[in-house]
Design a protein around this ligand. Structure first.
Ligand SMILES: *Cc1c(COP(=O)(O)O)cnc(C)c1O
Length: 385
């Protein structure tokens, strides 16, 4: 019988590891073999082959990821977008309709609004904080409700419990992109979500050196999505599996440190005279602070803020920082700083950004593992050059 573990720190180290260590190896080796000796399998999907997502490296990751969110099953994919696109293509057919939160990761936004509509799959945007407004948008063809556990870059938290209740009441599949909180701060399946999606490129791997994705949730859905992935081919390479597996072991210590560091930095920025507005879920000033406090175990390492002055002031600040690196992406060991209007949200029109409250001067920070006081000292000098 597979062992079960209580706490996430222990699961990160031990869940999903081979019951008997392979040749005594403490760390699961990379199985760099595309194909494996035939073992009498009768189904195509059970043949051992990298694209079929069932090498020893895949299987260990699937078990570990499922354990982290207390779910039945999990699947790793070649990228976060591989997880999102494969999942939606598995569960939706031409003529179907889905409800999606109005503030989405750029790739997801474009996939739903451009690629799915071409296939005859339609959507309506919903305001995640206003459950009353969802029912009028429901159609007989609605199959899925899709949200993000924490939105980018304003870090808003939808009424996630209402999403699950709405899905149950109307027989929809509920899914949330759980990349930003990571399983340390929020485990969507525990709250009743059918599926939890991740860009493992971010916190789960945590070292800014691979792209990878995951879907975690109900067993029958994961099996259906696995078969679709076998056909679409967005499978994770064994070496990337190995790096993700290695990176994940430190997830809890990394994210807890990042939670604390981001809170300290947010408090510093909140009181700085050059700062106009700050969005951090751990601050009481964030409109979704109470909801996050009830649902999450931590407020993450992500924050965004506006400085007094124009876009040039923001860009000068970014240039003046010496520790944080100006780059898109997030969740790594190094602090990354970016202006979403020029990176993650550059595909949106300025009008659309403004409607969502994303100003051109907004700066987003992904807090890394540097000493908190060094980061604060660096921001202080960059604010008052
Ligand atoms: C980065 C990201 C994605 C896409 O992941 P990739 O690994 O880059 O494909 C999806 N959702 C969120 C919230 C992300 O931050």
């Amino acid at each position: 019988m597979p062992k079960t573990y209580q706490n996430i720190e222990t699961k990160l180290i031990h869940a999903g590891e081979p019951e008997e260590r392979i040749r005594g190896s403490v760390s699961l080796p990379v199985f760099q073999s595309s194909t494996f000796e035939y073992g009498g399998q009768s189904s195509y999907h059970d043949l051992k082959y990298i694209r079929l997502n069932n090498t020893p490296n895949h299987i260990a990751l699937h078990k570990k990821l499922a354990a982290l969110e207390n779910a039945e099953a999990a699947l790793v994919t070649a990228s976060g977008m591989g997880a999102i696109s494969t999942t939606l293509l598995s569960l939706l057919s031409p003529g179907d309709h889905l409800l999606v939160q109005n503030c989405l990761y750029g790739g997801t936004h474009d996939f739903i609004t451009k690629d799915l509509t071409k296939l005859g799959i339609f959507y309506d945007f919903i305001d995640g904080s206003d459950p009353e407004s969802w029912e009028p948008k429901l159609r007989a063809e609605t199959k899925v409700i899709y949200v993000e556990s924490m939105t980018n870059p304003l870090l808003q938290v939808a009424d996630l419990i209402a999403v699950v209740e709405f899905a149950t009441a109307h027989h929809l599949i509920s899914m949330t992109d759980n990349t930003f909180p990571s399983p340390v701060n929020f485990r969507a399946p525990e709250q009743g979500f059918d599926l939890s999606l991740h860009s493992c490129t971010k916190y789960l791997n945590g070292h800014s050196d691979i792209v990878a994705g995951a879907v975690i949730g109900r067993g029958e859905l994961i099996q259906q999505i696995t078969h679709k992935l076998n056909h679409l081919g967005a499978s994770l390479d064994p070496h990337a599996c190995f790096l993700l597996h290695r990176g994940m072991k430190t997830l809890a210590v990394r994210v807890r440190y990042q939670n604390e560091s981001a809170l300290a930095i947010s408090k510093f920025l909140e009181h700085h005279p050059a700062v106009e507005k700050i969005n951090y879920l751990g601050l009481e000033s964030h409109p979704d602070h109470e909801r996050a406090r009830e649902l999450f175990d931590g407020f993450s390492g992500m924050l965004s803020f506006e400085l007094k002055g124009d876009v040039e002031v923001a860009d000068r600040f970014i240039q003046n920082t010496t520790l944080s690196i100006s780059a898109p992406s997030l969740g790594g060991v190094e602090t990354l700083i970016t202006r979403p209007a020029t990176t993650s949200h550059s595909g949106m029109s300025q009008e659309d950004r403004q409607a969502l409250g994303i100003s051109d001067r907004l700066i987003r920070l992904s807090v890394g593992l540097e000493a908190t006081e060094d980061l604060i000292e660096d921001f202080d000098q960059a604010l008052t050059p």
